[in-house]
Design a protein around this ligand. Structure first.
Ligand SMILES: *Cc1c(COP(=O)(O)O)cnc(C)c1O
Length: 351
C-alpha cells in the first residue's frame, strides 16, 4: 500500500502567528503600573494586518479567487502580498507614494505586482477599483480586499484579544485596566472591540490614539457620525484614511472608547524611545499608540478611571513601511534629540 499524500488546502496554510505578550519594564515605570506589549510587529508581514487580511484572503481563495487586489497604506498590501504568496495566488497592490525602496522590493520579492496608487490611501483605493473594472471589461475577475471596512477583517483582528486573555492569565491577571491602540480606517479598533466583547471585556476602556492631521476618528466621535477630512497632513500615513468606517462610530456609542490626539513630533519621538527601550523599529502610527504611555497621559487617565494596579495592554501594531533612514529623516525634520535621556515622561499631550 502506498502512503497517502494529502495535499494541503489553502485553508490549512497558517498565515498569522500567535504573537508574544511581553511585560515592559521601561513603560511600566512611566505608567506606574504593569504595561504589557502585544507584539504585532512580529507578524511575518510586519503588522497586525495579517490577521484580518490573511483571513479575508483565505476566504476569497477558498471561494475560488485566483487574483487578489488590495489598496493600502503599505501594511494591508504587505499582508495581501504575503498571503497571496503563501496561498499560491496572484496579488496586485496599490500603495502610496514615498515608500522607501527596500520596502517596495519586499513586495516584488513576494511575487506581487506593486503600483503607486496615489499620495493617500483614498486615492489608491479609487485607483485599485478602476483597475478591477478594467480587468472586468477584459473578462478577467479579481477579488478586492478591503484594508479595514469588512466584518471578515474585524474577525481576523479580534484573534489578537483572544490570545491576550490566556497570556495575561499566565502573567497573573484576569483582565486589563485598559487596552491602548491607534486608529486609521478603524479595522484594528473594530477587531479589538469585537474581540473584547467575545471575552466579556466590554467594560474595559479602549484608548484610541491618532495624530493631528489624521484625526478622522476623533472628529467622528465629536460629531457622532463619520466625518470626511479634507486632507491628510500627518506623517503617520498608515493612519491616514480620510474617513473611518461606520462600525467604529457605532462602537464608540456602545462602549467606552476614549479618543486622544498627539502631534507628529511626539509620535516620532515615541518611535525613537521605543527603539531605545525595546530595540523595535515601528511606524509613527505605532508611535502614536506608544505616546499614550510615554507622555504620562494613560497614567493620569487610569488614576481616574481604574484606580489600582490592573495592567495596561498596548497593541504594538508594528508597520513594515519604515526603515532606519526614514526614522532618522523624521527625527531630523522634527529636531528630535535621538539620545533622549531627558524624556521620562514626555511633555503632556494636548487634547
Ligand atoms: C493599518 C495600520 C494601522 C491602522 O489600522 P486601521 O485598521 O486602518 O485602523 C495602524 N498601524 C499600522 C502599522 C497599520 O498598518
Amino acid at each position: 500500500m502506498s502512503d497517502t499524500v494529502t495535499s494541503q488546502l489553502p485553508d490549512d496554510v497558517q498565515l498569522h502567528v500567535q504573537t508574544p505578550l511581553i511585560f515592559s519594564a521601561p513603560l511600566s515605570k512611566v505608567a506606574n503600573r504593569p504595561v504589557f506589549l502585544k507584539l504585532e510587529n512580529t507578524q511575518p508581514s510586519g503588522s497586525f494586518k495579517l490577521r484580518g487580511i490573511g483571513h479575508s484572503c483565505k476566504l476569497a481563495v477558498k471561494n475560488g479567487a485566483s487574483h487578489l487586489v488590495c489598496s493600502s497604506g503599505g501594511n494591508a498590501g504587505m499582508a495581501t502580498a504575503y498571503s497571496a504568496n503563501r496561498l499560491g495566488v496572484k496579488a496586485t497592490v496599490f500603495t502610496m507614494d514615498g515608500l522607501p525602496q527596500p520596502v517596495l522590493k519586499k513586495f516584488s520579492d513576494l511575487g506581487s505586482d506593486i503600483h503607486i496608487g496615489g499620495p493617500i490611501w483614498d486615492i489608491c483605493d479609487a485607483t485599485a477599483k478602476k483597475y478591477i473594472q478594467k480587468m472586468k471589461d477584459e473578462g478577467k475577475t479579481c477579488h478586492y480586499i478591503h484594508p479595514f471596512d469588512s466584518p471578515v477583517v474585524w474577525d481576523g483582528h479580534s484573534t489578537l484579544i483572544h490570545e491576550v486573555v490566556g497570556q495575561l492569565a499566565s502573567a497573573g491577571y484576569e483582565e486589563p485596566g485598559a487596552v491602548v491602540t491607534c486608529v486609521g480606517g478603524g479595522g484594528l479598533l473594530a477587531g479589538i472591540a469585537h474581540g473584547m466583547k467575545h471575552v466579556h471585556w466590554d467594560h474595559v476602556p479602549i484608548v484610541a490614539m491618532e495624530t493631528y492631521g489624521a484625526d478622522s476618528f476623533n472628529k467622528a466621535v465629536k460629531a457622532g457620525k463619520v466625518v470626511k477630512l479634507d486632507e491628510i497632513t500627518s506623517c503617520a500615513k498608515t493612519l491616514g484614511a480620510l474617513a473611518v468606517c461606520q462600525e467604529v462610530v457605532d462602537l464608540s456609542q456602545k462602549r467606552k472608547i476614549t479618543s486622544h490626539l498627539v502631534d507628529d513630533k511626539t509620535a516620532v519621538e515615541c518611535c525613537v524611545l521605543f527603539l531605545r527601550d525595546h530595540q523595535f523599529l515601528v511606524e509613527p502610527a505605532c508611535g502614536a499608540t506608544l505616546a499614550a504611555v510615554y507622555t504620562g497621559k494613560i497614567r493620569e487617565y487610569l488614576e481616574e478611571q481604574s484606580p489600582g494596579t490592573s495592567p495596561i495592554v498596548v497593541v504594538i501594531c508594528g508597520g513594515a513601511t519604515v526603515d532606519i533612514d526614514t526614522l532618522n529623516g523624521l527625527a531630523a525634520k522634527f529636531d528630535i534629540d535621538t539620545k533622549l535621556e531627558k524624556y521620562y515622561p514626555l511633555e503632556q499631550m494636548r487634547l
